[in-house]
Ligand binder design. Sequence first.
Ligand code: UFG
Length: 326
Amino acid sequence: MNVLVTGGAGYIGSHAVRELIRAGHTVTVLDNLSTGHRAAVDSRAHFVQGDTGDAVMVERLLVDRRIEAVLHFAAFIEVGESVQDPDKYYRNNFASPLALLGAMRAADVRKIVFSSTAAVYGNPVRVPIQEDDVRAPINPYGRSKMMTEMAIEDASKAYGLGYAILRYFNVAGASPDGTIGEAHEPESHLIPRILMAAREGRAVGIFGTDYATPDGTCIRDYIHVVDLVNAHILALEKIEEGRDAVYNLGSEKGFSVREVIDACRAATGLDIRAEEHPRRPGDPDRLIASSSRVRALGWEPQYPDMTTIISHAWKWHQTHPRGYKS
Ligand code: UFG
């Protein structure tokens, strides 16, 4: 299939590009490089620097490249920043995908895979979280993603758009060969922050030790980035017009912050120091996905083991201490 990957220079998008090419698809990447890295884009993909919100340019690109489906990754991802500057999030995470949907309709592109998030659930009513559980996001980031989900669902009903909405839990790891990986600036995610602290001999902060969990620290569901992007390829291949297709992407297993730090100690062989800090605002106690729906689609994680996820991330961090600037 001829596919357009928006945000293909980002962490998850760049892994998706690689796996899509491996699966035999022809890939065009659209990325404005505001947070992505040109060096992360596979050289076999056709790269275009530009904005997903530029409907005229996107429509031309869809026609010129004979695009049959779009995988939309391009988005901002910082919850705290979204509270400080909601406009930035509503523009990039809602207005831009709306423009993209318009361009797709004009160019008669009828399939989209959308990167959504567990943040649409807010404080979950139960764990494991099921896809039909209520959407009640508690910050502009989660709301911007929920609004795009709704726009896609309505476009499906009104115009027959085929879609898959994928709600990510905690994505981690890197390409097993260590050539592409996570390079956010600033980095806020737990596993890279532990590994960066380990490399630099610093202590990592634990944000809150008084949560309603067995060891007092937050529990999250971690999924290897390669397993996550392979779920996209499967979902893409199974898109059917008029079919509801919302999938949680997680592993159904929860790890506390302390357990993740212990797993990083085991994977790196380093004695990583940890310091207890106050809570970070807006963190729910526990987020764990029910993954039965995506498994029913035929998805089986290749790297379900936490030590493997961390080892791959560690390989990337050791070989790229300054990310793509290394
Ligand atoms: N944490 C620490 N120390 C750190 C970094 C994180 O203790 O240095 C803790 C956090 O407080 C949280 C857990 O580790 O309890 C995981 O934090 P991450 O930032 O790695 O991930 P989140 O669960 O906060 O975020 C993920 C996605 C977001 C999404 C959110 C939904 O990365 O995009 O889930 O709630 F919005």
